[in-house]
Write a protein that binds this ligand. Structure first.
Ligand code: BEZ
Length: 304
């Protein structure tokens, strides 16, 4: 018995007439009758009461009709899912928080595109919290963020811990001194935090760095994103704590200073769907570690 037999049988059962069924199926009536006969012979029982008009199903026919429809629907689902998996294998959708763009993300993307040119890589800017949902809904296949969110359906790999730095206006006394700064020294300065939402975010890691040392910044302003924070620093509206990679984006009106503190870092976290160990993701992780090795960036290796 083949799927074709099921389709023919369902059409005749629903049209209750061989002529109309053959029109619906775009085949001539004699081959349709032969296929139904073959099916009845294989099942060893008649499915239609011959000589009735409109055509009626036998009891066995009614039983078979319900199951035949189910089997056809399941076959269609399997076809659709297989097509989707085929597409996923040729596409990789990547979510990222904006601050990762200032580090090695552009290099990762360039290398991945050149080494795996048959894979269509799409990029989506989104907060870590949004990436979590997008992974579960299949809108992205991998996310790069800065927050460790607990979710049984998502696996998180901490790629590395990135040191934070202080951004000050270039004529600020701390900038002119050019020395590493303690958080205690800036607790009374206006502090510009980002991103304002959604939380938790990098902003909470900065606040935790102060609070872990028993400090509470006196004057804080939250802004939407990193570029706005740096613009406000340049305008003299306050100081901001940023990931070290931002340092690469030279602005003449902002000075970046190291922090004289241990462990003031922000993780770079790769998030994937739990149990997704596709070859594309493994290649991506290997490529990231290769870049870390080339650039002497410290990290702890994990495997997929
Ligand atoms: C990094 O800067 O280490 C990084 C950024 C984005 C994706 C992966 C790694």
């Amino acid at each position: 018995m083949e799927l074709r037999h099921l389709r023919y049988f369902v059409a005749v059962a629903e049209e209750r007439n061989f002529t109309r069924a053959s029109e619906r199926l775009f085949i001539a009536q004699p081959p349709l009758s032969r296929q139904i006969q073959q099916l009845e012979e294989e099942l060893g029982t008649p499915l239609f009461q011959r000589g009735t008009r409109p055509l009626k199903l036998t009891e066995a026919g009614r039983f078979f009709y319900g199951h035949a429809r189910d089997m056809l629907a399941r076959a269609q689902d399997v076809q659709a899912m297989t097509r989707r998996i085929g597409k996923i294998e040729r596409k990789l959708s990547l979510g990222f928080v904006p601050s990762t763009l200032y580090g090695i993300l552009p290099k990762i993307i360039r290398r991945f595109r050149s080494e795996y040119s048959h894979i269509e890589l799409t990029l989506h800017e989104m907060a870590t919290v949004e990436q979590n949902q997008a992974l579960k809904e299949g809108r992205i296949d991998v996310g790069f963020g800065r927050v460790r969110i607990d979710d049984a359906n998502v696996r998180r790999i901490v790629l590395r811990e990135e040191v934070m730095m202080l951004a000050v206006p270039f004529e600020h006394p701390l900038g002119l001194a050019g020395k590493p700064v303690r958080l205690q020294q800036i607790v009374h300065e206006p502090l510009i935090l980002f991103p304002r939402a959604p939380r938790p975010s990098f902003a909470d890691q900065v606040l935790a760095a102060f609070r872990d040392r028993g400090l509470e910044p006196a004057n804080m302003q939250e802004v939407r994103e990193l570029q706005i924070a740096l613009g406000l620093v340049a305008a003299g509206a306050g100081l901001s704590i940023v990931p070290k990679s931002v340092h690469g984006m030279q602005r003449t009106d902002v000075t970046y200073l190291p922090l004289d503190e241990r462990g003031v870092t922000s993780p770079i976290v790769m998030a994937i769907r739990m149990l997704d160990d596709s070859q594309d993701l493994r290649n991506l992780l290997t490529l990231i570690y290769e870049i870390y090795d080339d650039e002497g960036i410290p990290y702890v290796r994990e495997t997929l």
